[in-house]
Design a protein. Structure first.
Length: 200
């Protein structure tokens, strides 16, 4: 029986970016079915005791930067530590991912989410800018006008709100977050355990 993974993402998170391609490879290896949840982690943090980066203690912010450097070097993955447009307005991109998901185009939704993360953390693009977002969508081989229109459509914002409430109800508190058969895995540094779970 194929495994299913609920995959909760922030389109601003460097940790989600660091996990993205590795998680794709793990899911593909095991033939796992993946559902992406592009949720509002501002609301998730408010419900779970988390803090947005600017409100964290200086020592936590400094350690975060040290860890990003470590993981960038360990994984050999390109990552701009302080990208020009971070944090970006992730709402337009998230709504486009929601729209694709709602159309049953899960692979396209995941592809777009990962392309947005790459654009922010590697290419230093302003992923909250609509013209830039349109270019990113087109770069995924998708109809950018149609995807953006769907993302701006009635009900898309409410769907994302509903996804966020679902995430909170499931105990999600950080990104990336993976749930497999009710077992929870938080962070890109838990992908080995995700791999093992899917192999079991």
């Amino acid at each position: 029986m194929a495994k299913h993974v609920d995959y909760y993402v922030s389109l601003n998170s460097p940790w989600t970016y660091l996990a993205s391609k590795r998680f794709e490879a793990i899911a593909r290896k095991h033939g796992a079915d993946v559902t992406i949840w592009p949720v509002d982690f501002g609301a998730v943090f408010a419900a779970s005791g988390g803090l947005p980066l600017p409100k964290r203690a200086p020592q936590r912010q400094a350690y975060r930067m040290m860890e990003l450097k470590r993981w960038r070097e360990h994984l050999g993955i390109k990552l701009t530590l302080e990208p020009k447009f971070f944090p970006a307005n992730e709402v337009p991109a998230a709504r486009c991912v929601v729209a694709l998901r709602e159309q049953g185009r899960m692979a396209d939704a995941i592809k777009l989410a990962h392309a947005v993360l790459n654009a922010l953390w590697v290419e230093e693009k302003n992923t909250g800018d609509l013209a830039t977002l349109k270019s990113i969508i087109a770069g995924c081989g998708l109809d950018a006008d149609a995807v953006m229109k769907a993302g701006e459509g009635p009900g898309t914002a409410a769907k994302r709100d509903a996804y966020t409430k679902h995430a909170i109800d499931q105990g999600v508190f950080g990104a990336p977050f993976f749930v497999i058969d009710g077992e929870k895995f938080w962070g890109q540094d838990r992908l080995d355990f995700v791999d093992r779970k899917l192999a079991a």
